[in-house]
Design a protein around this ligand. Structure first.
Ligand code: XMP
Ligand code: MG
Length: 182
């Protein structure tokens, strides 16, 4: 699988280090929520599942884990911003402290829609933790409180991110060779 990468951007060790820092920051910021049941971590399936599993284990507070599945209408690789919820949360989030764990922020349209949808359920607070943010010129302005790494505007795979459902199990994150998808 590594042979299909043009470049490794972040090694397994670098990812673990950064996710640990994000977990410590969240633990510090949300310490006061420990008596209120802690945090609800929400991951957007399927890409963010691996990141959220690791992040959850670096947060030293009560953490509930829940999952959303969405499909983006429109053609192909670019998201249209019109999102349909295929699988909704199991938990009620009203009055809870919610953090949405995302794998990668590209146009930001998917997340803009989701944040609007989740905030209409009146959580006590709502923040975003994204592992990666692409350096793209046209990106919706999203306040993401916890950011792992900035990455280039290429096709990124590994650590949950796929191409045609492959490469999610790569322990590192890298740029897929263009000849694989062209
Ligand atoms: P938007 O554009 O709405 O899209 O921010 C975010 C979602 O699109 C997927 N995405 C990628 N998936 N490699 C991937 O495997 C990429 O380079 C990439 N860019 C965007 C991803 O599902 C993300 O949640
Ligand atoms: Mg995703």
């Amino acid at each position: 699988m590594h042979n299909d990468l043009a470049e490794v951007l972040f090694t397994e060790e670098e990812i673990a280090g950064r996710v640990g820092e994000m977990g410590r920051a969240i633990t510090r910021d949300y310490a006061c929520t420990a008596d209120e049941g802690g945090i609800v971590l929400v991951s957007v399936l399927r890409g963010a599942a691996i990141f959220m599993a690791d992040l959850a284990r670096r947060i030293e507070l009560p953490v509930e884990m829940d999952y959303l599945a969405v499909s983006s209408y429109g053609n192909g690789a670019k998201s249209s911003g019109v999102v349909r919820i295929l699988k909704d949360l199991t938990s009620e989030i009203e009055g809870r402290h919610v953090i949405v764990a995302e794998d990668i922020l590209d146009s930001g349209l998917t997340l803009t829609y989701l944040l609007k949808n989740l905030s209409s359920r009146h959580p006590a607070s709502l923040e975003v933790a994204t592992l990666l943010r692409k350096k793209t010129p046209a990106q919706a302005k999203i306040d993401c409180k916890y950011l792992g790494f900035e990455c280039p505007d290429d096709f990124i795979v590994g650590y949950g991110l796929d191409y045609a459902e492959r490469y999610r199990n790569l322990p590192c994150i890298g740029i897929l060779k263009p000849e694989i998808y062209q």
